[in-house]
Design a protein around this ligand. Structure first.
Ligand SMILES: CC(C)(COP(=O)(O)OP(=O)(O)OC[C@H]1O[C@@H](n2cnc3c(N)ncnc32)[C@H](O)[C@@H]1OP(=O)(O)O)[C@@H](O)C(=O)NCCC(=O)NCCS
Length: 166
């Protein structure tokens, strides 16, 4: 299963061949400003393996997002996360620094929201966001999400949960 292509973007599953691009993305201090630390190359390899497990177990995960010409944009997709002890379907997104601010995260996340609603028949979607990550919160709001609660269970002390019914 993959989200439908958008006007400018397409999706595909991550593979170990994406390690150079994913290590550059997740190792960039600007992209990882709201995470505990940028990820090492080994962490990026584990990230790819985690998503491959997600595809096998759930049929979805974070996918590679690329332009219709095949340029690497980042990742975006649907994963199960824990929100205060309850499983929640989350849309997540990372866009490489050089391509931020062009609406790519909103466009990719919109395709993932549509897949969650129309193919997974999910009733609910969340985004779990560091309270100072204004750009990420803005993307969630443009998808139609509103602030719901604080999550106190993750590695980052308190994160804001935005969500929407589908
Ligand atoms: C969050 C992220 C994916 C957004 O990607 P993007 O392609 O630039 O997003 P979009 O262009 O679709 O939309 C970004 C919105 O945030 C706004 N924005 C960007 N930087 C901002 C800032 N510093 N303060 C306030 N708003 C900001 C933009 O103006 C835009 O809103 P608008 O359309 O109302 O003008 C990108 O910033 C990123 O990869 N950040 C690091 C990874 C991350 O934090 N991911 C989310 C984890 S929860």
């Amino acid at each position: 299963m993959l989200p439908a292509p958008t006007m400018r973007l397409r999706f595909r599953e991550m593979t170990p061949d994406d390690l150079d691009d994913m290590a550059a993305l997740l190792g960039d201090p600007q992209v990882m400003a709201f995470y505990p630390a940028p990820k090492s190359r080994e962490d990026a390899a584990r990230w790819i393996a985690w998503n491959q497990e997600n595809y096998a177990e759930h049929g979805h995960g974070l996918w590679i997002v690329e332009t219709l010409d095949g340029d690497f944009v980042g990742d975006c997709g649907l994963t199960w996360q824990d929100v205060n002890g309850t499983p929640a379907l989350e849309v997540g997104y990372h866009v490489r620094a050089a391509l931020q601010g062009q609406g790519f995260a909103t466009e990719a996340a919109g395709a993932c929201r549509d897949l969650a609603r129309d193919v997974l028949h999910a009733s609910d979607l969340v985004a779990i966001i560091h309270p100072e990550n204004t750009a990420s919160e803005r993307v969630a709001r443009k998808l139609g999400m509103e602030r719901r609660e604080d999550d106190r269970g993750g590695a980052i002390a308190v994160r804001t949960v935005l969500g929407m019914s589908l």
